[in-house]
Write a protein that binds this ligand. Structure first.
Ligand SMILES: CC(C)(COP(=O)(O)OP(=O)(O)OC[C@H]1O[C@@H](n2cnc3c(N)ncnc32)[C@H](O)[C@@H]1OP(=O)(O)O)[C@@H](O)C(=O)NCCC(=O)NCCS
Length: 173
């Protein structure tokens, strides 16, 4: 029988594992900030978390499968999220990570809306947002300058009632 995924707050004990994942090339190339994060930078990021952000570890049984962060957390709030799954994971892990994190976001944090901006070259994240029921709300052309190249972003949004309804997958791109 498949293990149930659970969500808990990030702790200092998670930091070494999280830094290794965050610095993995597959994760770095998906981020807006792509330099290699030093241990001191990582510790400062952990120590200075804004009170309105939720940093979460998702576990499947005893295995940590990923990390998710929701910003601008408030009841009925509109929050942007970021996430990454454990490098080397089995297929389907990102979907489990997203479902568990979004369940927490809407049921526990009581968010109204979650949104994301995904680089058009990040095919896995584009597919994952569609699978999770996000609606494509627009294309931001050449929006992000990273290492001298402009990247276009797909803006995705998911409302609480859409999540509760199971999500409908629509595609405009
Ligand atoms: C995005 C991420 C979490 C997806 O994790 P995953 O374990 O590959 O996810 P799943 O196996 O559940 O697959 C989800 C969907 O992505 C698709 N996918 C996965 N890897 C893919 C790839 N390299 N190219 C195209 N599609 C891919 C799967 O086929 C699936 O699509 P489907 O629902 O149409 O079948 C993972 O790639 C990751 O951590 N990436 C780096 C961080 C990142 O991109 N974060 C998001 C920033 S916006």
């Amino acid at each position: 029988m498949a293990e149930t995924c659970t969500v808990r707050p990030l702790t200092a004990d998670d930091l070494p594992t999280l830094l290794a994942w965050r610095n993995h090339p597959d994760v770095r190339r998906a981020m807006f900030t792509q330099h290699e994060i030093s241990p001191s930078e990582h510790e400062a990021w952990f120590a200075h978390a804004p009170s309105y952000c939720a940093r979460l570890i998702v576990e499947e049984g005893p295995t940590t499968i990923g990390f998710a962060q929701f910003n601008n957390v408030a009841p009925d709030g509109v929050s942007d999220w970021g996430f990454y799954a454990r490098p080397g994971r089995p297929k389907g892990t990102g979907t489990k990570l997203g479902q568990a994190a979004l369940g927490h976001a809407f049921d526990t944090l009581k968010l109204h809306k979650v949104y994301a901006q995904v680089m058009t070259g990040n095919l896995a994240s584009l597919a994952l947002h569609r699978r999770l029921g996000f609606i494509e709300e627009g294309l931001l052309r050449d929006q992000k300058l990273i290492h001298g190249a402009h990247h276009s972003l797909v803006h995705f949004g998911l409302l609480q009632h859409e999540w509760r309804a199971g999500g409908t997958v629509r595609s405009t791109i």
